[in-house]
Design a protein around this ligand. Structure first.
Ligand code: C2E
Ligand code: CA
Ligand code: CA
Ligand code: CA
Length: 278
């Protein structure tokens, strides 16, 4: 038993070591990645369920890393958040998404916006709004074209400052979506205290929604509550026709998922939007 224990420990130690090395590699190469244009954006269409139109797109970052195959944002974003390096990357993402937007918007439904994910560490900085406005000026984008996706975790840290910042953004006409709703420590009070326009239901509720009675009940409840508060529901990760039928039945307003479209680079996105119009 002792021996097995030691082996387990050694294995764990090695795994941990590899993880630390990967994190170090990621941190040490992000600036070079920015300089060498290793980052790009993909855009995932969002479908308004009633009209069946593309009524928004979400920008998602990709890093083609020379030394790490298939590096996912789910891995590198948290690492760059903890080192603070997310901030220069985040400005790059906003600048890129906002400049691409002018060429994408004509293909979308009236009132469509480009959604950008913003990290807790970023939005809670005191100069966030000023910097965001600078990028908006540079890229000539209007507040009514932008939606920022935030997660609940940011509220836990610094509720007072976070609310104040979000209020200012909303006053300017920038929309705010609450991402990954239902995961982590959901506080329903956020729904009334934050100037939120959309609630994005986490994929874990949508997976197997067509057969999973308990998830149907949860989604039905969150949806009716959100509607009473004047919020729209976005169903994330809809992969099958029967999941789509179910989220429609449960009164979700918007869907996003592989069934309609995977996240696409700029050119394929334009192609997708052109075809969908015909
Ligand atoms: P998220 O904001 O919840 O983004 C949705 C994720 O679900 C994306 O993963 C998207 O590709 C994936 N997805 C969309 N539809 C489906 C589906 O039908 N099935 C499945 N299985 N997955 C689907 P991605 O691009 O790997 O991003 C992972 C996470 O990394 C994001 O989760 C977000 O938290 C973070 N992230 C990605 N891009 C950015 C960014 O530009 N800035 C920041 N701060 N975070 C980002
Ligand atoms: Ca998101
Ligand atoms: Ca999400
Ligand atoms: Ca399924």
């Amino acid at each position: 038993a002792k021996r097995a224990g030691r082996n387990t420990f050694q294995w764990f130690d090695k795994a941990l070591n590899d993880e630390v090395n990967r994190a170090l590699l990621i941190r040490n190469t992000v600036q070079k990645g920015l300089d060498k244009q290793q980052f790009h954006l993909v855009y995932q269409p969002q479908i308004c369920l009633e009209a069946e139109t593309v009524c928004g797109i979400e920008a998602l970052v990709r890093w083609r890393h020379p030394d790490i195959d298939g590096l996912s944002p789910a891995e590198f974003i948290p690492i760059l958040e903890s080192s603070g390096q997310i901030i220069p990357l985040s400005y790059w993402i906003m600048r890129q998404a906002f400049s691409d937007w002018h060429k994408i918007k004509p293909y979308l439904a009236e009132g469509a916006r480009v959604s950008v994910n913003v990290s807790t560490v970023h939005i809670s900085r005191s100069d966030f709004i000023e910097q965001l406005e600078r990028v908006m000026l540079e890229t000539n984008i209007k507040p009514s074209d932008i939606k920022l996706e935030i997660t609940e975790s940011m509220m836990l840290r610094n509720a007072q400052t976070a609310v104040a910042t979000l209020d200012k953004l909303a006053d300017k006409g920038i929309a705010i979506a609450l991402d990954d709703f239902g995961t982590g420590f959901s506080n329903l009070r956020y729904l009334t205290q934050m100037p939120i326009s959309d609630v994005k239901l986490d994929r874990s509720f949508i997976r197997d929604i067509d057969t999973h009675k308990a998830n149907q009940a949860i989604v039905r409840g969150i949806t009716s509550m959100s509607h009473e508060l004047g919020l729209k529901i976005v169903a994330e990760g809809v992969e099958t026709l029967s999941e789509k039928a179910e989220v429609k039945k449960l009164q979700a307003d918007i869907m996003q998922g592989y069934l309609e479209a995977t996240p696409l680079r700029f050119e394929p996105l334009i192609e997708f939007l052109t075809k969908r119009h015909q």
